[in-house]
Ligand binder design. Structure first.
Ligand code: PLP
Length: 394
């Protein structure tokens, strides 16, 4: 009985396929014989070896993303940050240069400063959207990587992907693009000149705030390098999270359309309020890159917006206490509308000067517009602004 209990039902392969992908929780896979083992190690036969090397769910998910991106290959990693690192680590050695925009997700900025600059990589940050400064920076010396985000965090500036791509190509640099805010539904950066595209999958792609995962897409050789880095660093994607993320992908197009539509309506509402000094969303004709956004993102500019509340931190504190439906959350991209106070959350470790350079002040709030009926979210914001906001310009 001891042996039977250990071996009973161990290897189960159904006679026909399930209509949705099964979850493989296994961390270890058996080989029929040494020939099969050799084929799987040599990757001439698709198969799995061991959890850290990736399994069927992480591969299914990555190949679905590669299809959507129009990429040769993709690999999933433990988080968005693990995916950023997997893209860069094979490329950047001591003495190499990376040129990136100043407007980066706080964790990416931290990785550049502590993970790369402190290890001898030259990190050059140029003001978001300043193509002249970017051109000077990439021409100053050999440049290995140019990195940008499609839409920036928190102020939702629009990157001119093609113009940056041209400069990266002229410099012979690898062009890496973080497209977390846009997803492959709104933008496929490889078509705009990117070499590698990165997503924090727990945001829009997963969509339900229950996934921690990242993915990098690009040409097969670069992705093989990224995959080796993930295996070496021990940063593989979780099988379950990859399974959830693939499920999220099924509704991504519907969700992105609704996120964009809601953000457009909410941005227009906020822009009409006296308590609000400024609204940042590319759908607004007043946004400095409105025309660029329309060209790059004809299907919509996504669900992220930022706004400046008059009255600074005290007004922010009052507003956040008055909101009933919209919750204060660090992350973004889920089905529910959430709000974040970047200067005290994702960007809290930046100095005042760095935050000022970014343009995020004490009154800046970031809203991740969900897929609810926008009228309910507007009503919640309206009652909270009326109770908490100051309409006196400061
Ligand atoms: N890139 C962007 C644009 C992000 O917003 C985030 C997280 O918020 C990341 C990367 C990092 O992703 P993760 O938290 O999955 O590591």
């Amino acid at each position: 009985m001891d042996t039977a209990a250990v071996h009973a039902g161990r290897f189960v392969t159904p006679a026909n396929a399930s209509s949705s992908p099964p979850l493989f929780a296994a961390s270890s896979y058996a080989f029929r014989d040494l020939d099969q083992m050799e084929e799987i190690y040599a990757e001439t036969t698709a198969g799995a070896i061991y959890g850290r090397y990736g399994g069927p769910n992480t591969r299914h998910f990555a190949s679905a993303i590669a299809d959507l991106e129009g990429a040769e290959a993709a690999v999933a990693a433990a988080s968005g940050m693990a995916a950023v690192d997997a893209a860069w680590r094979p490329l950047l050695r001591t003495g190499d240069r990376i040129v990136a925009s100043t407007e980066l997700y706080g964790g990416t900025y931290d990785l550049l400063e502590k993970g790369y600059r402190e290890r001898g990589v030259e990190v050059v940050l140029v003001a978001q959207g300043d193509l002249g400064a970017l051109e000077r920076a990439v021409r100053e010396g050999p440049c290995r990587v140019v990195h940008v985000e499609t839409l920036t965090n928190p102020l939702v500036h629009v990157t001119d992907l093609e113009a940056v791509g041209r400069l990266a190509r002229e410099a012979g640099a690898v062009y890496t693009v973080d497209a977390t805010f846009t997803t492959p539904i709104l933008c496929r950066p490889l078509r705009h000149g990117a070499d590698l595209v990165i997503h924090s999958v727990g945001k829009y792609i997963g969509g339900h705030a229950d996934v921690g995962l990242g993915v990098v897409s690009g040409d097969a050789a670069a992705i093989a390098e990224a995959e080796r880095s993930i295996v070496r660093q021990g940063a593989p994607a979780s099988h379950f999270d990859a399974w959830l993320a693939l499920r999220g992908l099924r509704t991504l197009a519907l969700r992105m359309a609704r996120h964009s539509e809601n953000a457009r309506a909410i941005a227009a509402f906020l822009a009409s309020r006296p308590e609000v000094a400024a609204v940042h969303h590319p759908s607004l004709p007043t946004h400095p890159q409105h025309a660029l956004a329309q060209r790059l993102y004809p299907q919509g500019t996504g669900g992220m917006l930022a706004f400046e509340l008059r009255g600074g931190a005290p007004a922010v504190d009052r507003l956040l206490r008055e909101l009933r439906r919209v919750q204060i959350v660090h992350s973004l991209g889920e089905v529910a509308t959430t709000i974040s106070y970047s200067v005290r959350s994702s960007h809290r470790f930046l100095s005042d000067a760095q935050r000022a350079e970014l343009g995020a002040g004490d009154g800046t709030l970031r809203l991740s517009c969900g897929i609810e009926d926008a009228r309910d979210i507007i009503a919640d914001l309206e009652q909270a602004l009326a109770k908490a906001g100051s309409s006196v310009p400061v």
